[in-house]
Design a protein around this ligand. Structure first.
Ligand code: A2P
Length: 361
């Protein structure tokens, strides 16, 4: 819980009726985030609906530019189009936006932040802060630990991503297809181009000209930005699997200096929020079902990759709840940091205040 409790702190959640938005509200409540007013916003489809938040009934408002008047922090998860249109309007009205869409992530003037990896980047914000893609989010904490101790030469990551990341309709589609299979009926696919039940689809988001999917390319570009390694060599294959919640990743890292699995486990365990689960003899390793509903980034199956000489290769498995740490919880953690560090106002405004105070003295 933030130490600096302002006397007035108005928080808005845009997309409050969606899968991530609902989780954002839940995490704000769980963490006792010190808001004095909570505004739940969505499109005209849900405006006027009542939602219960910790025993209090809230009416969902329409997300318009004026809805941000007086709002200090707005958490957005309502799609890229809404963010492109409304985040600048909110920022203009003095709101700091923490945006979960991909609309602003690669804008050089927008900090892209994972709470335990590059929190200091928040200090530079000018009203919009980006929350990374869920697959990037769980990858960078262990990579940060390796970067800082032994350096990183190259990363190869393959993801096993749950349908929960696509939204509620994908969860329903997987359930329907499982039922159809059990009853001998054809499996109807509408959310994904092929049945997801009993399948693995190497296709998340659209294909780009370079042959990668947009999801895979986000992992490349966002990891470089968050880790401050603009030249990082990284390749990703992103796969949708019939799992309801939590993404899993097989990660292969070529390090600059030698490192043993035991040293890597100790490094990973030292990162805030990272939990090492690595006792294969007793069938202990990170699992999607166990990670679901928690905020941890779980790392296990840490082993030397013998295909790289000189003990400079590591392989490991990373699992995290994509709706929580992969989206909502990180966004709330960023809001907590803004409050605790006194960074709610834009960097330029804070500097102006500092300069005025300095000249007066
Ligand atoms: P609504 O309930 O009004 O459709 P999900 O990712 O689970 O599909 O959720 C998307 C969220 O984004 C929902 O809360 C949805 O609200 C909201 N949303 C979608 N389009 C807009 C928009 N143009 N303005 C505000 N909220 C939007």
């Amino acid at each position: 819980m933030p130490e600096n409790r302002p006397s007035k702190l108005i928080v808005a959640v845009v997309g409050a009726t969606g899968a991530v938005g609902r989780t954002m509200v839940q995490v704000l409540v769980e963490k006792h985030f010190p808001y004095t007013e909570l505004r739940l916003l969505a499109s005209e489809r849900s405006a006027g609906r009542s939602l219960d938040v910790a025993g209090t009934t809230h009416t969902v408002g329409l997300a318009t530019p004026d809805a941000f008047e007086g709002v200090d922090i707005a958490l957005f998860s309502a799609g890229g189009g809404t963010s492109k249109e409304l985040a600048p309007e909110a920022a203009k009205r003095g709101t700091v936006v923490i945006d979960n869409s991909s609309a602003w992530r690669m804008d050089p003037d927008v900090p892209l932040v994972v709470s335990q990896v590059n929190p200091d980047d928040l200090a530079t914000h000018e009203g919009i802060i980006a929350n990374p893609n869920c697959s990037t989010m769980q990858l960078v904490p262990p990579l940060m630990a390796l970067r800082d101790r032994v350096g990183i030469e190259r990363v190869v990551v393959d993801t096993y991503q749950s349908v929960g990341g696509t939204g509620h309709k994908a969860i329903v589609e997987l359930e329907d297809q499982i039922r159809a299979h059990a009853e001998g009926r054809p499996k109807v696919a509408s959310v994904y181009p092929h049945p997801i039940a009993f399948n693995a689809l190497p296709h998340i988001d659209v294909f780009l000209d370079n042959g990668y999917t947009k999801e895979e390319w986000k992992v490349v570009t966002e990891s470089r930005k968050i880790l401050h390694l603009p030249e990082l060599r990284l390749s990703c294959t992103a796969v949708r699997v019939p799992v309801f919640v939590s993404h899993s990743e097989a990660v292969h890292v070529e390090t600059r200096d030698a490192i043993t699995p035991a040293q890597a486990r100790a490094l990973f365990a030292g990162v805030d929020g990272v939990v090492v689960q690595d006792d294969p003899a007793n069938n202990v390793y990170p699992l999607a079902t166990e990670a679901a509903g928690t905020d941890g980034v779980y790392v296990g199956r840490v082993r030397q990759d013998p295909s790289i000489p000189g003990n400079r290769g590591l392989a490991f498995w990373v699992v995290s709840d994509n709706l929580r740490k992969g989206a909502a919880s990180n966004a709330v953690e960023l809001a907590e940091l803004l409050v605790a560090r006194g960074w709610i106002r834009k960097a330029s405004e804070r500097q102006a205040v500092g300069a005025t105070a300095g000249s007066a003295a």
